[in-house]
Design a protein around this ligand. Structure first.
Ligand code: PGA
Length: 250
């Protein structure tokens, strides 16, 4: 494929430090085959972050954090700030991932603070949005996604030079093996693109799809005109299945 694409690997809480370094080392050894149209990033656990950064040093992989706190430093036990991730080499941070919203009950308000905190720390937030199965059955997915976007982005001072990346991840498709029908993901991506462009007119948004992406279905998403990449969980944590995805996108 020729269009610019983001391939983001969210390792979640799947890998120990040793396993993370082993995978990063294998990726570095393969990195020469990544074509120029791809921006590839890994999102390791906090514990493995600096070791993975060392293992990937010099490779064409960017680094991202899975979550971050919006203040730089202070008495916030258990948190790691976007500022701290920046100093450790992060270019991106996931904000409002469905597991953060639904397992840890992160609110739209907190998501907004995390987006602002990331921008202040000069880390690009990857804003995740998506509806639950219940909301889908109620045909409320557009309303839910627009509310999440409006809450995170209305009147935000987005620097013109900063990428604006939204990941559309229907909650029922994340971590379930049940990926979203590609025409449906394409329709939602177009809607998100236009809605975000209306909220932040000075920047051209990029919409990713996430939710049970694998090597054998990734092209169906990447072909859609408004989909500019994928956010991959489970399939990004094993060298072979990740390689299938990268090869399909080249
Ligand atoms: P999955 O996760 O690919 O395992 O469904 C996607 C994500 O959490 O970003």
């Amino acid at each position: 494929m020729n269009k610019p694409l983001y391939l983001f690997a969210n390792w979640k809480m799947y890998l120990t430090v040793e396993e993370s370094v082993a995978l990063a080392t294998a990726l570095k050894n393969e990195a020469a085959v990544i074509s120029d149209n791809l921006t590839v990033a890994v999102f390791p656990s906090t514990l493995a972050f600096t070791k993975v950064a060392e293992a990937l040093d010099g490779a064409s992989y960017a680094l991202g954090a899975q979550n971050s706190y919006w203040l730089d430093k202070g008495g916030y036990t258990g948190e790691v700030s976007a500022f701290m991730y920046k100093t450790a080499g992060a270019s991106y941070v996931l904000v409002g991932h469905s597991e953060r919203r639904h397992v840890f009950h992160e609110s739209n308000r907190e998501v907004r603070q995390k987006v602002e905190g990331a921008l202040a720390a000069d880390v690009t937030p990857v804003l995740c949005v998506g509806e639950t199965l219940r909301e889908r059955k109620d045909e409320a997915m557009e309303v839910v996604v627009e509310t999440q976007l409006r809450s995170a982005l209305t009147d935000i001072a987005w620097p013109e030079t900063k990428e604006l990346i939204i990941a559309y991840e229907p909650v029922w498709a994340v971590n379930t093996g049940e990926s979203c029908p590609p025409d449906e993901a394409a329709r939602m991506a177009a809607l998100i693109y236009k809605f975000v462009k209306g909220l932040v007119p000075q920047v051209t948004p990029c919409v990713l799809y996430g939710g049970s992406v694998r090597g054998d279905n990734v092209q169906n998403y990447l072909q859609a005109p408004y989909i500019g990449g994928v956010l991959v969980g489970g399939a990004s944590t094993k060298f072979e299945s990740w390689k299938d995805i990268v090869n399909a996108a080249q």
